[in-house]
Design a protein around this ligand. Structure first.
Ligand code: SF4
Ligand code: SF4
Ligand code: FES
Length: 226
């Protein structure tokens, strides 16, 4: 079987030869890094693996998800395992679904200069600038829908000259939308009432006593929609 060719990359300034087919995440592991932070789903969903990189000879810094981007020869990279954003602590029960609620916790959205850096950097191709504009106008539904695919990777905030934590603004809008503006689902409410009323308690207690094999059998023999 032909050997895969190796390329040189630089992880936090140190040179490693890694197979060219690997993602940044796999290449870091190939180089001996044990990823405890900055690694989660490995499929581009959890937003844990934000990474900054530059290709030798190119002045431009790029960012992306380590589990989704393939290594390139001459890549210099470092992970951003955590970005320390401003995070409002609020009780959603006491917040009306209006611009004032977002303004109270994230007044910096009014400093947005419309540079669009956040939109350009977003690995989910979300129009981040637009959802911040919706938030400024108090359009909670617009902000909630536009930010819906956000995976909270933090890359937009990392690039924002106005130092806005856009993803925290988005999640506040989605919470407000879900709590106050989304029409109630009566079937869901009925099921919640049943659960709270103890309808499934006996069955849950029975399941809790099963061993792993019995649970497996139970799971795989369940009724599944065609
Ligand atoms: S909106 Fe920001 S935090 Fe959300 S996925 Fe895009 S870049 Fe990441
Ligand atoms: S990066 Fe910041 S300032 Fe620029 S458009 Fe996005 S939110 Fe506005
Ligand atoms: S590990 Fe979850 S998005 Fe990369």
């Amino acid at each position: 079987m032909p050997q895969e060719s190796l390329i040189d990359i630089y992880i936090m300034g140190k040179k490693y030869a890694v197979p060219e087919s690997l993602t940044i995440m796999r290449a870091m592991e190939f180089a001996g890094y044990q990823l405890k932070r900055g690694c989660g789903c490995r499929t581009g969903i959890c937003g844990a693996c934000a990474t900054v990189y530059r290709i030798a000879g190119d002045h431009e810094f790029k960012v992306g998800l380590a589990c989704q981007i393939r290594v390139e020869s001459g890549m210099h990279l470092a992970q951003i395992p955590f970005y320390p954003p401003l995070k409002g602590i609020y009780n959603i029960d006491n917040l009306p679904p209006s611009a004032s609620s977002i303004k109270a916790y994230y007044p910096e959205i009014y400093r947005c200069i419309g540079c669009n850096s956040c939109t350009k950097v977003c690995p989910q191709n979300i129009n981040v600038k637009q959802y911040i504009a919706y938030a400024r106008k108090g359009d909670i539904a617009g902000c909630a829908f536009e930010s819906f695919d956000c995976i909270m990777c933090g890359l937009c905030a990392y690039r924002c000259p106005a130092q806005i934590a856009q993803y925290n603004v988005g999640i506040l809008a989605r919470r407000l939308f879900g709590k106050y503006l989304l029409p109630r689902d009566l079937q869901l409410q009925q099921r919640v009432d049943e659960i709270q009323g103890g309808k499934y308690e006996t069955e849950l207690q029975r399941l809790m006593k099963l061993d792993i094999q019995e649970l497996n059998n139970h799971y795989y023999s369940r009724d599944i929609e065609a």
